[in-house]
Design a protein around this ligand. Structure first.
Ligand SMILES: [Zn+2]
Length: 272
C-alpha cells in the first residue's frame, strides 16, 4: 500500500478510536489515554506532506470517512463509477489519487473475502452475525483471553481469514483504550481485517473482577471484524447495541441465555 495512504488510514483509525473512547468512557477519566492518542495523531499528521494533510483536514470536515476504498472500479464513498485510467492509477498505488466526484482519497482494497456469507435474508443487526457466532458460555479467564477465543472461533467458522491476526489486532486495539462499558458490555474490534463484511461474534462470559483493574470485567462481548468500508457504520452499530443493552432488563434477559439458539432468537430482536 502507498506509504501516505497507509499513514492516512492509521491516523483515521486513531481519530475514530479517540471518538469511541470518549463515547464508551461515560464519565470515567481516561485523560492520559486520550492525550497519548492525540499525540500519536499529531505525530502522524506532521509526518505527512502539507498538501496531503491539509486536503485530509478539509475533507474530514465534510465526511466522517475521508479515505475511500475503491471496489469494482467504484468509489465506495460516493458510489460513482471511476474512469478506467483512474482505476489503473489507484491500482498501481504509486501516487495519491482523489475521487473526481467527492474528492475523498482513493485506495485499492481487496479485503472482501469470498466464501462464507452472512445470510442475506436476515434483517437489522442480525445481518452482521450468524447463529454460529453466538457463544453462550465462553470459558475465559481475562478480557485478553476472551478476545483470543472469540477471534479463533470467528476464524473456525470461516468469517475471517486469519484468526491469529484477528486476535492480535483485537488485543492491540483494546490496549489503546478499553471498549468495556461500565455495565460489562464490551465491544472489542479490529479494523481493516480481511473478513466477510462487518462480522459480530457474541459471547457471554463470567470473568472474576481484577482489583488492580479499574475497568469492570466483561459479561457480554461483541467481538467485531470491521473491514475498512464499514468502519464508520460500525460506530452506529455500537451505539445501537450500547443503547439496547444499556437497559438492564435487556441485558439480564440476554445473559440468561443457555444456548446459541436462545441467544440468536433474542439477538435478531435488537434494534426492532
Ligand atoms: Zn467518491
Amino acid at each position: 500500500m502507498n506509504k501516505f495512504i497507509n499513514q492516512l488510514l492509521q491516523m483515521h483509525d486513531l481519530e475514530v478510536t479517540l471518538k469511541e473512547s470518549h463515547f464508551i468512557s461515560k464519565g470515567r477519566d481516561l485523560r492520559s489515554a486520550w492525550s497519548e492518542l492525540e499525540e500519536d495523531i499529531r505525530e502522524l499528521k506532521s509526518s505527512l506532506p502539507f498538501e496531503i494533510s491539509s486536503v485530509y483536514d478539509r475533507i474530514s470536515k465534510r465526511y466522517p470517512m475521508p479515505i475511500s476504498p475503491m471496489s469494482d472500479g467504484t468509489c465506495t464513498g460516493c458510489f460513482i463509477n471511476l474512469p478506467v485510467g483512474l482505476v489503473n492509477r489507484v491500482k498501481s498505488d504509486n501516487e495519491i489519487v482523489s475521487c473526481p466526484s467527492c474528492q475523498r482519497f482513493l485506495y485499492y482494497d481487496d479485503s472482501r473475502m469470498e466464501g462464507q456469507q452472512t445470510e442475506l435474508h436476515y434483517k437489522g443487526i442480525a445481518r452482521f452475525s450468524s447463529p454460529e457466532l453466538m457463544i453462550p458460555a465462553l470459558k475465559a479467564t481475562s478480557m485478553d483471553n476472551a478476545m483470543k477465543q472469540i477471534a479463533m472461533h470467528t476464524a473456525e467458522k470461516g468469517f475471517v481469514e486469519d484468526g491469529q491476526l484477528f486476535s492480535q489486532l483485537l488485543l492491540e486495539r483494546e490496549a489503546l483504550s478499553s471498549t468495556v462499558f461500565e455495565n460489562g458490555v464490551a465491544f472489542p474490534h479490529a479494523r481493516g481485517i480481511r473478513a466477510c463484511g462487518l462480522t459480530l461474534t457474541v459471547a457471554i462470559c463470567a470473568i472474576k473482577p481484577d482489583k488492580k483493574n479499574a475497568v469492570p470485567p466483561p459479561r457480554l462481548l461483541f467481538g467485531s471484524a470491521v473491514p475498512r468500508q464499514t468502519s464508520m457504520f460500525y460506530l452506529e452499530l455500537v451505539s445501537k447495541l450500547a443503547q439496547y443493552f444499556g437497559k438492564e432488563e435487556n441485558l439480564k434477559k440476554f445473559l440468561a441465555c443457555k444456548s446459541a439458539e436462545q441467544m440468536w432468537k433474542l439477538f435478531v430482536l435488537v434494534g426492532k
